[in-house]
Design a protein around this ligand. Structure first.
Ligand code: FES
Length: 126
């Protein structure tokens, strides 16, 4: 399956919002660095974080085991179920936040990485 990704820093720099309908269209037209915007394939048995790393990208992480939330991403489109136990508050999970170290997409997907520190996420993690 294929994942299209976008760095949250771009959204912040451009004054866009996570829920903009045309977020990924704008990103595709923006001429951004492959580090900030692009697509890659996720192999079977690979987590989203591992797939990013196999492409040579350094996405945020710390524990790699679903326990710290540093690797949080926002799923804008696509199916990415969490394993049964994870430490995200249900409210964030309902909003499409996932931990990239423990999820893998089941369908093609669009995700924004680097979202741990955005207020909507950060406030609910406290
Ligand atoms: Fe800690 Fe993913 S790296 S939850």
């Amino acid at each position: 399956v294929e994942v299209q990704y976008l760095n949250y820093e771009i959204i912040a720099d451009e004054g866009w919002a996570l829920d903009d309908d045309d977020l990924f269209e704008k990103a595709a037209d923006g001429g951004f660095d492959p580090e900030d915007y692009g697509r890659f394939h996720v192999a079977e048995n690979e987590s989203l974080l591992e797939a990013a790393e196999s492409e040579g990208y350094a996405w945020p992480f710390a524990c790699r085991g679903g326990a710290c939330t540093n690797c949080a991403v926002a799923v804008v489109e696509g199916e990415m179920p969490s394993p049964q136990s994870h430490i995200l508050p249900q409210e964030l999970h309902d909003k499409g936040i996932r931990l990239s170290c423990i999820v893998a997409p089941e369908t093609d997907a669009k995700i924004v990485y680097n979202v741990k520190h955005i207020p909507e996420v950060h406030d609910l993690l406290l």
